[in-house]
Structure formats: C-alpha cells, structure tokens
Design a protein around this ligand. Structure first.
Ligand code: CP
Ligand code: NVA
Length: 297
C-alpha cells in the first residue's frame, strides 16, 4: 500500500518525527541521486511559488524527473474523471504532488491510484508546509524541547491551522489557536477530544509569553468573495508591534507566505529581526526532499 501524505491525520508521532529528523539530513547533504529513474508529477490547480518551486527543485536534487502537468492540456479539463485520471497517472509516474481547490479530489485521487499522492495544499490542509515549519521551529530554538515552545497560531482556521492542529495533537505541542469565534469551527472539530490545546479569541491572552507567533492570510485562495467581510471580522487579529511586545523576549514571527502586508501582519513586524519567514521558505526545499523520501521509501 502507498504511504499517505494528504493529511497530517494520516501520520503518527513516530512517522512525523522521522520526517523531521530526515529534513536535517537532507539539509546537510544537499544533493543525492537516491531516486534516479523515478518520475514525479506535479498537478497544480491553484497558484504557487514556494511549494511548486521547492518540490520541483527537491525532485531534481533527488535525481528524479519533475513532470509538471498543465491541467488545461489534460483531459481533466474536458471532464475526464479524477478516478480515471488517477488510474492513468499511476501508469506513468511514481508519485503525484497535487495542489487542489477541493480536498475531496485528493481523497478521490488517493483512493483510485496505486502511487503515493502528496497534498501540496488543499482547501482543508497544507501538511508539507506545517512539517517544514515545525522543523524550522525546532531548528531555531535548537536545544529547547519542542513541547516546551509556546506556539500561537493567530487567524483563520484554514488549511494551515488545520494541519497545525493535527500536528499539535500528534506531537503534543504547547499550542494555542487564536481565532475570531465565527472562524474557529474547523479546528474546534479537529481538536474536539483534546483539552490541552487552547482555542481562544483573546489575542492579548494568547500572545502573552509566546515563543512563536504564526499567522496566515485572512482570505485564502478561493475565498476572495468573502474578503470584505473578513477584513472587518479579523481587524483585531493583526500581528503588530504591540502584540509582539507582549510575547517572550526571544520570540519569533512566522508566516507561510504569501502575506497580505498590513492586513494580518504589519510591514514593521514582517520585516523585523523577529521575522523568520525566509528560514521557513528555505526549509521548504529540504522538507520537500524528506517528504518525497518518506512516500517513496
Ligand atoms: N507557502 C506556500 O505554500 O506558498 P505558495 O503558495 O507560494 O506555494
Ligand atoms: N491559507 C493560504 C495558504 C497559502 C500558502 C491559502 O490557502 O491561500
């Protein structure tokens, strides 16, 4: 059976910890031809800079061939089903990296293919981003045990928050989610049986003594129609200098990017010394290598 990577719900603590420690190995030995002769497809229904480029680059560095598939050139765009496409792709490639507007499509693809499918972002999860970001947190705080680092996610309970919630449960992270009440449904559902992870709408309480403040856009791709309402609903959830001054002295600011500057985060904070956004972006390459290695090994 193929390894699973469409949801962090599919990975146990040990599997996640192994991937995290392999990221370090790939970061030290940047190039390896371990997967020479393999073909890895990339199918993206939504825009991407970091995820697409880091995966394409990771595939090349692993010695495999990155096959970018333009959906509009395939029969998918003329109505051929996901199930049939999955059966066909399984004949020609060894793994598919899929970014989609519908998590259900990923599930359908996985159910009908004989190759591993890596979720490169869906409307419900962004697992490879969170694996990479947890590695960045571990790397930055170096000797501090992961579960002693206070991580605060502020914003929408979107794909980033959902993957974080699954990882927080499995790795027993010291984590708080701070969302407007109207926008916390999805993480509330994921965390329903977990009393040790906080959900609040009080940003001053949540950010107090935080080691990591992580935020994401208020309006994710595909939700643009809600933008006006969301700008209003989230206006008190902006990460600014006042919020950062409420955190630990050695705290950091994180964002998966792309950011809507001066909405969820001020220009001052995202460009400050505390911001580790470029470390996050850089580590996506090594995380991509470790994730491919996980599904193919
Ligand atoms: N963080 C992230 O997934 O960025 P892209 O949308 O540019 O891939
Ligand atoms: N929540 C964002 C993440 C982008 C990487 C979105 O889905 O648009």
């Amino acid at each position: 059976m193929s390894k699973k990577m469409i949801s962090l719900n599919q990975l146990n603590k040990k599997e996640l910890e192994n991937i995290l420690s392999n990221i370090s190995k790939f970061k030290k030995n940047k190039y390896t031809n371990k997967y020479s002769g393999k073909v890895i497809g990339l199918l993206f229904e939504k825009f991407s800079t970091r995820t697409r480029l880091s995966f394409e680059s990771a595939i090349s560095k692993l010695g495999a061939y990155p096959l970018f598939i333009n959906k509009n050139d395939t029969q998918l765009s003329r109505g051929e089903s996901i199930a049939e496409t999955a059966r066909m792709f399984s004949l020609y490639m060894d793994t598919l990296i899929f970014r989609t507007n519908s998590h259900a499509k990923l599930v359908k693809f996985e159910d009908n293919s004989s190759i591993p499918v890596i979720n490169a972002l869906s409307d419900f999860e962004h697992p490879t981003q969170i694996i990479s970001d947890i590695y960045t947190i571990k790397e930055y705080f170096n000797k501090k045990p992961l579960n002693k680092i206070k991580i605060v996610y502020v914003g929408d309970s979107n794909n980033i928050a959902n993957s974080f919630a699954y990882a927080a449960m499995s790795l027993k992270l010291n984590m708080t989610f701070c969302c407007p009440n109207k926008y916390n449904k999805s993480i509330k559902k994921i965390l329903k049986n977990n009393s040790s992870i906080d959900i609040t709408d009080d940003l001053i309480y949540a950010s107090s003594k935080a080691d990591v403040i992580y935020t994401d856009v208020w309006t994710s791709m595909g939700m643009e129609k809600e933008n006006k309402v969301r700008l209003k609903d989230f206006k008190n959830f902006q990460i600014n200098a006042k919020i950062m001054s409420n955190t630990n002295k050695k705290s950091v600011f994180m964002h998966c990017l792309p950011a809507h500057i001066n909405e969820e985060v001020t220009e001052e904070v995202i460009n400050s010394q505390k911001s580790i956004i470029y470390k996050q972006a850089e580590n996506k390459l090594f995380a991509a290598m470790a994730v491919i290695d996980y599904v193919l090994s």
